[in-house]
Design a protein around this ligand. Structure first.
Ligand SMILES: Nc1ncnc2c1ncn2[C@@H]1O[C@H](COP(=O)(O)OP(=O)(O)OP(=O)(O)O)[C@@H](O)[C@H]1O
Ligand SMILES: [Mg+2]
Length: 244
């Protein structure tokens, strides 16, 4: 099946959606794919900082979806990789209309091999609109009982909307905390959510620093390798997971 448009979602806020979206998109770009990363999180945006385009944006996705400007005007090259382009979320305002997002994706598809849509927390307009256009949904889940339960709700809702190709990234893993939170192991998380695993990302100072500074992960380090494999697995390659 064509796997061109991927939505990043979670239900619960702050699980690392934007962080995963940026490093996944960056790796797809590094693997030679022209990649567009779009953030649908009005007001609470963060992809602009994490992807290093903060201050370089003139137009945003709301301008594009409401017809104020063409998509090409809102696209900004990320310093993380020459193949990576970003369209930021607006500073405020705007409701993502499904028909407008569908039209936008249709117009962007000839220009990009991969489109990554980072959605806002919750199950509101960005979630619904992205679910309407994506080929794959990546659920970013932190290994705690609340987030795992929310992810199951999100997964079921995506199924109801016809998004059957779902994958999961477990983020911010701190193995030593699992038992204290009543989680026997990662298999428990996978079973509860019921979604196939794409990768496991540890709690990492390098990831936090890269996000704050809009810089790349240390090349070929552990975290880089994890996202490298997540990107390859997303595009259909069978590779073993990097377990931390
Ligand atoms: N694996 C990680 N290790 C360390 N810090 C992380 C990791 N993943 C995310 N973070 C940090 O967690 C915070 C929240 O991440 P992020 O903004 O990506 O979450 P989000 O799910 O997009 O949030 P929101 O729901 O508000 O959109 C950020 O400060 C980010 O640097
Ligand atoms: Mg976010």
């Amino acid at each position: 099946m064509s796997n061109r448009i991927t939505m990043i979602t979670s239900g619960k806020g702050g699980t690392g959606k934007s962080t995963v979206a940026v490093h996944l998109a960056s790796q797809l770009a590094a693997q030679g794919k022209l990649t567009l990363l779009v953030e649908l999180d009005s007001a609470l945006r963060s992809v602009d900082i994490i992807s290093g385009v903060y201050g370089k944006t003139v137009y945003d996705i709301e301008d594009v979806l409401s017809g104020i400007c063409d998509g090409s005007k809102a696209v900004v090259k990320s310093p993380l990789h020459p193949n990576l382009s970003v369209i930021s979320a607006p500073v405020s305002g705007g409701v993502v209309r499904p028909d407008a997002l569908e039209c936008f994706c249709h117009r962007m598809k000839p220009h990009f091999e991969q489109i990554i849509i980072d959605t806002a927390a919750g199950l509101e307009a960005p979630f619904c609109a992205a679910a309407g256009v994506c080929d794959t949904a990546v659920l970013v889940v932190t290994p705690d009982p609340v987030c795992v339960r929310d992810a199951r709700v999100v997964s079921d809702l995506l199924w109801d909307k016809g998004v059957t190709n779902q994958r999961m990234v477990i983020n911010r893993l701190q193995t030593e905390r699992l038992a204290r939170m009543g989680i026997p192991d990662l298999d428990w998380c996978i079973d509860q959510v019921g979604v196939r695993l794409l990768g496991v990302v540890p709690e990492s100072v390098d990831i936090a620093l890269a996000g704050a500074n809009g810089s790349s992960l240390p090349a070929t380090g552990r975290d880089w390798e994890i996202f490298h494999r997540i990107a390859l697995r997303l595009t259909g390659q069978e590779l073993p997971l990097v377990m931390t």
